[in-house]
Design a binder for this molecule. Structure first.
Ligand code: SAH
Length: 339
């Protein structure tokens, strides 16, 4: 039993079965969510109970396998080693509005996007709720920096690990835990429409980011195999429904790739897709991936201006950690190669 993946209610039930008073569950919950690494640290928990917990439960605590600090902007990239030896990445970024942590949701990824380093070796396994939460807890603990925002934009497709990601969200949002508000959390997806439809009625106040990257099926399918099953029109229809149900506007990610998705005609098509739908486009300068022939576009500003002339709000993502392999999956990839 992985104790940090348990909700307060499940912990209460478990402690009741152990014949423990009710307040113990909350005491242990607080220890776990402060990043305790062993049951022995839990000094207000009786020794006999700590022994029982040690026997019954697994307490996850990742260790720093590598840590790279950017000289340019102070961004920190962690490579964590999990209990089974797998490694995942987390990035700590410092913005004026607060510290943001970018977390992974899976070990590897099955989505196969051609420009992304995370998917090169496929998916090894899903992360547990505790393992996703640990990235926030232990980044905060190791760096000594208070974390106020979370983006689920690291390795993996969060909606392909739906149940664990939802449980993580409720844990990290809990007032007795890290208490990070949903409005401070973004979840990025390659566009799994069934899962977006499943998420919508929950009405979570998080920001949904959809990786669009192309406004037409031909280009999008080339870049993102997941498009074959869905198609741009069905995806946009799903996004429209999501907005209608949740009232939350979607942020569309668009990595600018030289000669692939950066033409004026594609900007016009993109603006057309977004007509009548409050949304926002986040243009991402492509990060070079050694294994990929795709190159960054030089037309980012022109593309942005053209979108804005059509009345579409578009921002360009600032590049952080350019000197530390900070983009998706690069450090894990390098580490696997070196071993
Ligand atoms: N699986 C989720 C989250 C992953 S990554 C998703 O697809 O949205 C977060 C964002 O980074 C996605 O928009 C992804 O497409 C983008 N990305 C991945 N590799 C990139 C690269 N080399 N350059 C720029 N953006 C990249």
């Amino acid at each position: 039993m992985e104790i940090k993946s348990m909700t307060p209610e499940e912990l209460s039930d478990y402690f009741r079965e152990l014949g423990q008073p009710k307040f113990r569950a909350m005491q242990v919950f607080r220890w776990l969510h402060q990043g305790a690494e062993s049951f022995d640290e839990m000094s207000n928990i009786p020794k006999t109970l700590r022994e029982t917990l040690k026997k019954d439960c697994v307490l996850s605590a990742p260790v720093v396998e590598r840590k790279q600090v950017s000289k340019l902007d102070g961004t920190i990239k962690y490579l964590w080693k999990l209990s089974d030896g797998n490694c995942i990445e987390t990035v700590l970024m410092r913005y004026k509005h607060g510290n943001t942590v970018c977390v992974s949701s899976q070990v590897g990824c099955n989505m196969g996007c051609t420009f992304c380093a995370s998917t090169l070796g496929g998916k090894v396994r899903d992360l547990t709720p505790a393992e996703i939460l640990d990235q926030v807890l232990f980044t905060q603990k190791d760096s000594g920096e208070i974390i106020s925002n979370i983006v689920m934009m690291g390795i993996g497709e969060p909606l392909d690990n739906y149940d664990n990601v939802l449980r993580f969200l409720s844990l990290v949002n809990h007032p007795d835990g890290m208490n990070i508000g949903m409005r401070h959390i973004s979840l990025s997806t390659c566009g799994l429409i069934n899962k977006i439809d499943k998420l919508a009625p929950l009405g979570l106040q998080l920001t949904l980011s959809v990786s669009l990257h192309a406004p037409d099926d031909e280009t999008r399918t080339k870049l993102m195999p997941v498009n074959q099953a869905v198609g741009v029109d069905a995806l946009m229809e799903t996004c429209r429904r999501y907005f209608e149900t949740t009232g939350r506007r979607i942020s569309y990610e668009y990595a600018m790739i030289d000669g692939v998705n950066d033409s004026d005609a594609q900007a016009d098509k993109l603006a057309e897709l977004l007509r009548g739908q409050p949304g926002h486009v986040n243009l991402i300068p492509l990060n070079n991936v050694a294994e990929s022939p795709l190159k960054p576009s030089c037309r980012v500003r022109e593309f942005q201006q053209r979108l804005e002339r059509h009345g579409v709000t578009a921002t360009v993502r600032r590049k952080l950690g350019g000197d530390i392999d900070a983009s998706c999956g690069q450090l894990r990839r390098k580490h696997i190669h070196q071993q």
